[in-house]
Design a protein around this ligand. Structure first.
Ligand code: GLU
Length: 492
């Protein structure tokens, strides 16, 4: 899709612009699920339209912004497979541009200095509250006389700069997700602050709505795709675009993500950062897949399990719901297990190995690792499940209650002794599948017990519990380190 936008003054004709979208995260925290989902929708849309996806780091809140958060955001996006074009824009470096525009607004009479002190503003809001009114700035300093201004300056007051908002104005836009939107100027809280307090002969730090408009315009953003918590900001920003005579981008407001109780997903829900999900053992593929489904319904005939690189052709905002999306752990887990089950053992091992290394576990050989991954994969939901399940292959297992009971059975010892004696007769500590199977049937016959008893007793001795993956394969892997012999010996 090419977007037709109105002509700019120096181009006296309608021109077409390719799609340019952006993600504008504030590096005041790690990459949040909601931001990552917004990134995905931007990225999918740009990909579909052959457009450009840009990053802008909104770091103007110097105190709360951190370099480590910027890195976390970059790493999280890369991990999810979301790549961006061009170097990221660092907003704080553009402060002079922002101030220049504020100056223009002041010169043109669209903005003014407001000297009201914090306590006066508090008092104003208190009175409004008492009278049952919604709190808003009452535009008290919109029309100060030069004498009044001089007096405030002499009194040592530092003003903020406010942008005039016409209460009568009806602001409307055609939202790609929400359709026709209208917002009344009177619901925007009065004239808005666009620069923080500073001496009257200077311009204080420019604020969010102003800088976003200046930067989106400078970056020639064609579509602003962001969370619906920005709806009121969009109305305010449209007023700024109009005052500055800039092209207004197309807007799309994505639905919020709610927790299972229907509340906005927040830090209180535990994991909300992409890096947390990674840490828990979710795969990037399942995360990206699941996040795309948070608010977007797949078109008919398309499977809900997909790779984001394959889905951009069918992505459209028509299929993005207006209603909030509920976070569904079961679905995410299901997708993650699907991704793991579809992995080749070598890829699964690639995912597991860094975690093994973190625990100080060394693979005796690549082939052994692949066999282990193949053994554990089918029962894994999270990558970390594989680590938990692999633990008894590397470390002495704990004897669990079920294992303990099994080993108390009278015949268990006899069975284990038989197996150990026969293992010791072998040349090599590594046994084959066939040798393991043969040994089990010989133990069954010789000790005159059921095969189940042999298997359970052996499993309990080797792994400390009665649950686990295929016993023969597990045993064969364990025999590589002679651990089967040492573990059996513990109970004789
Ligand atoms: N920094 C803003 C945020 O993180 C950006 C919002 C926008 O996309 O304009 O919410």
């Amino acid at each position: 899709m090419r977007v037709r936008i109105p002509s700019v003054p120096y181009l006296n004709r309608l021109r077409t612009l390719t799609v340019r979208v952006r993600l504008a995260p504030s590096p005041t925290g790690t990459l949040h699920l909601g931001t990552a989902r917004t990134a995905l929708f931007n990225w999918l849309f740009a990909k579909k339209e052959g457009g450009t996806f840009l990053l802008r780091i909104e770091d103007t809140d110097i105190e709360r912004s951190k370099e480590s958060y910027i890195n976390n955001i970059f790493d999280g996006l890369k991990w999810l497979g979301i790549n961006w074009n061009e170097s990221p824009i660092i907003q704080s470096k553009r402060v002079n541009e922002h101030k220049k525009i504020i100056e223009t607004l002041l010169n043109k009479g669209f903005a003014y200095r407001c000297y009201a002190s914090e306590s006066e503003l508090d008092e104003m809001r208190e009175t409004q509250k008492k009278n049952g009114l919604a709190p808003r700035y009452d535009n008290r300093h919109r029309n100060l006389t030069p004498e009044q201004e001089s007096k405030f300056i002499k009194d040592g007051r530092n003003p903020v700069i406010r942008f005039k908002i016409n209460d009568q104005k009806i602001i409307s836009w055609n939202d790609l997700i929400r359709g026709e939107m209208t917002w009344s100027g009177k619901d925007l809280g009065g004239d808005m602050v666009i620069a923080r307090r500073a001496p009257a002969d200077s311009i204080g730090d420019p604020l969010y709505n102003l800088v976003v408009v200046v930067d989106d315009s400078a970056m020639q953003i064609s579509h602003v795709i962001r969370g619906e918590d920005h709806l009121a900001n969009t109305a305010k920003q449209i007023l700024l675009y109009e005052a500055l005579d800039l092209n207004i981008p197309v807007f799309a407001h994505t639905p919020l993500i709610l927790n299972s109780e229907g509340k906005k997903l927040s830090k209180r829900d535990g994991v909300t950062s992409i890096s947390d999900f990674k840490e828990m053992g979710y795969t990037s593929e399942a995360m990206a897949n699941y996040m795309t489904l948070l608010g977007w319904s797949v078109p008919e005939g398309i499977n809900e399990r997909f790779k984001i690189s394959e889905i951009s052709d069918v992505f459209s905002f028509e299929k993005v719901n207006k209603a909030s999306a509920k976070f569904d752990w079961d679905k995410l887990n299901w997708l993650n297990s699907q991704v793991i089950h579809e992995m080749s053992p070598i890829t699964l091992l690639d995912n597991l190995e860094p975690l093994f290394k973190r625990n100080g576990w060394k693979l005796p050989s690549q082939e052994w690792g692949i066999n282990l991954a193949e053994l554990l994969g089918p029962s894994m939901v999270l990558i970390n499940d594989g680590v938990n399940q692999a633990k008894p292959f590397f470390e002495e297992p704990q004897l669990h209650e079920d294992g303990k009971k099994q080993l108390e059975i009278k015949e268990a010892k006899e069975v284990l002794r038989f197996i150990l004696e026969n293992l010791e007769k072998l040349d090599s500590s590594s046994i084959s599948n066939q040798q393991a199977l043969d040994l089990l049937s010989q133990a069954t016959k010789t000790c005159k017990v059921k095969k189940g008893l042999v298997m359970k007793s052996l499993r309990a001795a080797l792994f400390g519990t009665l649950n686990g993956p295929d016993l023969i394969k597990s045993w064969v892997l364990l025999s590589r380190f002679s651990k089967d012999r040492t573990r059996i010996r513990r109970f004789l």
